[in-house]
Structure formats: C-alpha cells, structure tokens
Design a protein around this ligand. Structure first.
Ligand SMILES: NC(=O)c1ccc[n+]([C@@H]2O[C@H](COP(=O)([O-])OP(=O)(O)OC[C@H]3O[C@@H](n4cnc5c(N)ncnc54)[C@H](OP(=O)(O)O)[C@@H]3O)[C@@H](O)[C@H]2O)c1
Length: 265
C-alpha cells in the first residue's frame, strides 16, 4: 500500500499531479483525496474511487502526504485551516505554490512539519515535467519518497531553495520560451512552403528530438550543432544570421528580465 496523499487545490496543477500518479500506478485512486470548492471538474477522479470533496481538514486527517496546490493568495487561509490537523510525526507537506518560501510555510504552520517545495512545469499534465525540489526538516526516506513521486511525473533535481526563483524562470517560464521558439519555426516553415499542420509537426518533433539527444547522450548543444553544420552550408549560414540578429543574446536577456521581475515583485 502506498502512502495516502491529499491534494489541496485540485485545479490545473493539482489535477495533473493526480492524473500522473494514477496513470503511472504510483498511487491507487483510493489513496488520493482531492479537494476544491467547485467539484464538477473532478468527477472523473470520484468515478474511479478517489475521495473528491471540499473538506480540506478531512483530506489531511486521512493522509500522510499533503500537496498544497492552491494559488499563492490562498495559502494563508488554507494553512490556518489545516494547522490544528497537521502532525509533525505523520505528515509531509509538499508545496507547489509559486513564490511562497519554506520558512513562510513553516512559520504559518507553527510546528516542525517537514516541508518540501516543488517547482514543476505544465508538462506535468503528460508526465514530462521538469521539477526542481527543495526541502527543510525532512528525513532522507521522506525526501526519497517525494522525489520518487515527482520522478513519475517527469524528471527531478534537488536544488538549494535560494535557487527556486531561478528554477521558476528556467524550468517553468522556460516552457513558454520554448513554445515561442517553436511558433517562430512554424511561421518560418509556412513561409518556405509547408501548411500550418505539417509545419507544426515538423517543428515540434524536431525540438523534441533535439532535446532528447541532449538528455540521452549527455552531450553539449554545440557538439550536436557541429554535426549539422557543413562548412559553407545552409545551417551555419542560418545560425550565424540568427546570432547577428541577437538570437542567444535576446534569449538570455529575456530570461534575466523574467528573473528580475520575480525579484522586484
Ligand atoms: N500551472 C503550473 O504549471 C504551475 C507550475 C508551477 C507552480 N504552480 C503553482 O501551483 C499553484 C496552483 O496553480 P494552478 O495553475 O493549478 O491554479 P488553479 O488551476 O487555479 O488551481 C488552484 C485550485 O485551488 C482551489 N482552491 C482555492 N481555494 C481552495 C480552498 N479553500 N480549498 C480547496 N481548494 C481551493 C481552486 O478551486 P476552487 O476555486 O473550485 O476551490 C483551484 O482549482 C499556484 O500556486 C501556482 O503558482 C503552477
């Protein structure tokens, strides 16, 4: 039997986590409690045996792992509600709430409950997330368990919590940057002759293949570029023109702008 897991806030991210845990068989549906106030969108979980309701206290009382997946402005009220129920000897709290630090959560809880902070991205919906994890007060076995949980939803890495804003930019905003890169490829592809559907397929699968090359072979991007760039060929002509137009520089500057925006807010 796996641990009982409460997902507090079954919205986009909370429901994606539940989907992934069930599809990967990390959890059986009956081991999951999923809460939100408007339950209509969670009926598919209730149909397969998960507990679906709006009673956060009941969900936490019946679980060992508590995943907080509510919006940042909701967390204070939710913790206030759960505080009397949370038990340091029983519960592990996992927060995916952007911008809320472990210390803030621990102070709000007011008890030494182990807390893990996770920063996944939207590809968690298809179990292809990159999830950065930071922790405080957890035992190695608790940490191992939570890492295994997110491993079934994609790939994970442990980071120092002070890098969590950087992880938000590179790992979560990164999905949007990649989408814009792919969209530009589609626009270019249409201009040189493809219909939109074919251009989308070629652009998306090419980017997926390029990423898989790096992940599977552990090579550096420039090594893979060397394999495609024939001297005096079309690839290097295109790449150099992109660089003259500020390609790498604009990406780096965009990334840093996102990071500075987080720091400013
Ligand atoms: N989406 C992402 O890819 C992503 C990535 C990294 C981090 N995050 C973070 O994850 C958190 C959730 O994001 P999201 O996109 O999933 O937002 P979301 O779709 O709005 O989900 C939040 C859910 O919380 C529920 N909720 C609000 N008050 C509640 C309460 N008192 N009790 C129980 N449930 C309650 C809401 O449903 P009701 O209104 O029906 O109660 C809603 O379904 C945010 O903090 C976000 O910053 C998201």
């Amino acid at each position: 039997m796996g641990k009982k897991i409460a997902i507090i806030g079954g919205g986009n991210l909370g429901a994606s986590i539940a989907d992934g845990l069930i599809q990967s068989e990390f959890s059986r549906p009956v081991e999951l409690s999923i809460t939100r106030r408007n339950l209509a969108s969670l009926s598919r979980f209730a149909e397969i045996g998960s507990m679906v309701h709006s009673d956060n206290k009941k969900a936490v009382r019946e679980s060992e792992v508590v995943i907080l997946a509510v919006k940042p402005y909701n967390y204070v009220d939710i913790i206030k509600e759960l505080k009397p129920i949370l038990n340091p000897k029983k519960h592990i709290v996992v927060s995916v709430i952007t911008g809320v630090w472990i210390e803030q959560l621990q102070n709000a809880i007011g008890k030494p409950v182990p807390v893990i902070r996770a920063m996944p991205n939207t590809a968690i919906a298809i179990q292809q997330s990159m999830t950065c994890l930071a922790h405080a007060g957890t035992t190695p076995s608790q940490l191992n368990y939570i890492q295994q949980l997110f491993d079934v939803l994609g790939k994970t890495t442990m980071i120092d919590e002070k890098l969590m804003d950087a992880a938000t930019v590179l790992g979560a905003c990164g999905t949007a940057y990649a989408m814009r890169y792919i969209r530009a490829n589609i626009q270019g592809g249409i201009e040189i002759g493809f219909d939109a559907k074919t251009a989308s397929l070629i652009a998306a699968q090419t980017v997926k293949g390029a990423a898989e090359l790096l992940l599977e072979k552990g090579s550096h991007p420039e090594q893979e570029i060397d394999k495609v760039t024939t001297p005096k060929g079309c690839t290097i002509a295109g790449l150099n023109e992109m660089e003259h137009q500020g390609f790498s520089s604009s990406l780096i500057r965009g990334l840093v702008a996102s990071y500075n925006k987080i720091l400013k807010d």
